[in-house]
Design a protein around this ligand. Sequence first.
Ligand code: SAM
Ligand code: SF4
Length: 383
Amino acid sequence: MAADLPKLSIYLHWPFCSAICPYCDFNVHPMRELQIDAWRKAYRDELRYAASQRPDGPVHTVFFGGGTPSLMPPDLVAEILAEIDALWGLAADAEISLEANPVSAAYQQLSALSGAGITRLSLGVQSLDDAALKFLGRTHRASDALEAYAAAREIFDFVSLDLIYARPDQSLAAWRDELERVLALQPDHVSLYQLTIEPDTPFHRLYAAGRFEVPAEDSAVDLYEVTQTLCAEAGLPAYEVSNHARPGHACRHNVGSWQGHDYLGIGPGAHGRLSDAHGRRATIATRAPQQWLQQVDAQGHGWAEDNRLDEVETQAEALMLGLRLVEGVAKQRLSQLGLQLDDGQNDKLAGLQEAGLIQLTPSHLVATPQGRLVLDHIIAELL
Ligand SMILES: C[S@@+](CC[C@H](N)C(=O)[O-])C[C@H]1O[C@@H](n2cnc3c(N)ncnc32)[C@H](O)[C@@H]1O
Ligand code: SF4
């Protein structure tokens, strides 16, 4: 690898789900009959184009995200990984994650995905309460999630669970009880997201019409705090705003992207960041699946946007992403990006420290737990 380039990862987006959840604003589309050979060719072609733009390997992590990539034919996953290996080389200890929905996580499918090279499974449990799953529009029940988890545990060394909390009318006691049941399953990693009402989703329309309420801010803060405490007590301390892991089990792919590593975005709507001799580029692929396929067919890739980030944009992104991590952002990285932060050097920094929002360690700029909840404010102050 060229000595001065950041480590390389690949994010690959599979945009299909068996049903679309009413809260979700990811780039998702209902799964239907697919011309799988066209998808096979398009992923391969876009990988080749990406390699022409950022040739130096090896690839350290691959993340199959979605959508619901557990619906992918395992032989397609295997082919994509073989192509990545041929183009850049896959590091011997590469972390290869895939997101799964419990309804498409039967033992046989998970086993085939493991055989294809997946090393880490992230399972969308969302809740262990059937009424909450129904409210969230999920098509699985808690028992299906537990069954999928048991299969995943047998097959993969590294299993993560996703949950959505701060749901309407969710009491502190009810969430405490549910989270204790989740942690008793002894996952390696949990991603715990507070329900967000995203614009242009069915939930947004229902919420705007007053059909349900979400917890007020002080209740949401209480829910967040109990989450931090229970996870830490169970041996899965937070390493990021919503992510908790047993020591050594943080998701290397996500940590790398928060630390400013390069990741190539492959597939409809995928975002990427890559470095070259002139600086850093931000890429976004066309969102609509059919249009993306046509563009890849016509020009070899579907990257609709490919823009250079200027110095301030690069600094803002390094702060925004780096401060999400509990360890914070390395001062050395900030100084490489032209941002010198030294104690007492500017009033803004001192003000944020006094307000208990940030701390400076000898090596890192760190947002405190309160600071992590107001990162926009911190960044506006610092830049
Ligand atoms: C791509 S999905 C994960 C895999 C799979 N599609 C599934 O849902 O089972 C990523 C995760 O984002 C979270 N998520 C999506 N929309 C959300 C929202 N509006 N509020 C909170 N969490 C959300 C869910 O926990 C979901 O598991
Ligand atoms: S939450 Fe997961 S399954 Fe539901 S629509 Fe979003 S990506 Fe698809």
